[in-house]
Design a protein around this ligand. Sequence first.
Ligand SMILES: [Zn+2]
Length: 480
Amino acid sequence: MKDICLDAIAAAHGRGVTYADARAVCIRTQGLHTEDERVSSLADTESVGIGIRVLLDGAWGFAATSDLSREAVTATARQALAIAGANRALRRPEGVAWCPEPAHREVFRTPMATDPFTVPLETKLDLLLRVNGAVLAVGGVRKCHSHMQFERRHRFLANTDGSVIETETVTSTARYTATAVNEEGAKTRTFEATGATRGYEHIEGTPLLEEAPRVGAEAVEQLSAKPCPVGEMDLILNPSHLALTMHESIGHATELDRVLGMEESLAGSSFATIDQLGSLVYGSPLMTITCDNTLPGGLATLGFDDDGVPGQRWDLIRSGILVDYQTDRETCRAIGASRSHGSCRADSWASVPIIRQSNFGLAPGSVSLTPDELVADTERGILIDGMGSFSIDQKRQNFQFGGDCFWEIRNGRIAGMLKDVTYQALTTRFWGALDAVCDKRFWQSVGVMNCGKGDPGQTARMSHSSAPCRFRGIRVGGAR
Ligand SMILES: [Zn+2]
């Protein structure tokens, strides 16, 4: 595939071409689903092709093919050039401020102990069916769905910088949901081996089966839980929950193409405009958000992005102040940066690379603080675990979140389960209310598997990390 990429670059290089790249990708995906005591679906697919991008006289052209013959690839490169030529009529007057990047000739592979594609289907299905059995053994549970998903992405990237990059990343994830039912309705509880760029050892290292009785029991307990109170309360949010709140209120708001108005499909633009860079008070002084596309196991730890830029680590928000964005080679000049942070990815060989969220996380607290001590220090509040519903406006400012499971805190103790909890806030007001973060012993990464963006829509994956933390005086309730 490397030679095919080099052929494509040779064919796409011509008069007026500022930049061209060719990305040959082979993606194998395996998905296993079970429902109660049966296998409900099995899929094992492979997708192979090449995408070619050219920047000609300040306009982009892109074309892709699954035919990897030299003739087809050369024709596709010419097609990309023709599309760029046609797009010249639509280019912006200032053109594209394409940022330089040194040539890289490297191979990157995510480390793993056990290739999940070598583990027999019977072994994987046996684990899922045993999990379902253990969940269904809990009185009151009526349903259990479980699944595993594995992906291997083998990519060659060549570009006119002289880069020739080979990467191979393997992703593993598993999850299950227990559903309990009574005459008043149904409640669910979910547990997962959160998505990670690791092998089958990631599944084996997660206590899926061991936790099944607790997960089933918590689904049942929710049926008789008290309804969510209405008013202002302190919230303690676990990493499994905060990942989605960070994703929506920080991640999408700091994608620089969205901030610049270049990409508003699906998730809107952003309140965090570039004139506020270095001055916008995003949250409390405890809020330091660091991107890290070198994070071991992170879903966006891919070695290089699709612009040929290596994975990096940088602060987005430092002590509550917005200090940077997630950038690609097309946008980074808009904030005066001399290099892209490498956040540009496509979901397949047939898609155009766009800015996607990096792995990022909230820095752990610098003083010793355990989750139990945090609860003991909270007079009246709610502890939230896991992800639930979410809604946020097109500027990423005004939001409402649910969760997977909720407990009331009274006088420093857990005082039973609540149900149907939602909270509402403005992004900067919410992050301004952050007043305690547990220390690094409790810092965890949580994978987001299905982030949607772009038009035509693309999905991407990334990890968000944090320790349990507390937000003071957040409005809860009022929604079902
Ligand atoms: Zn998203």
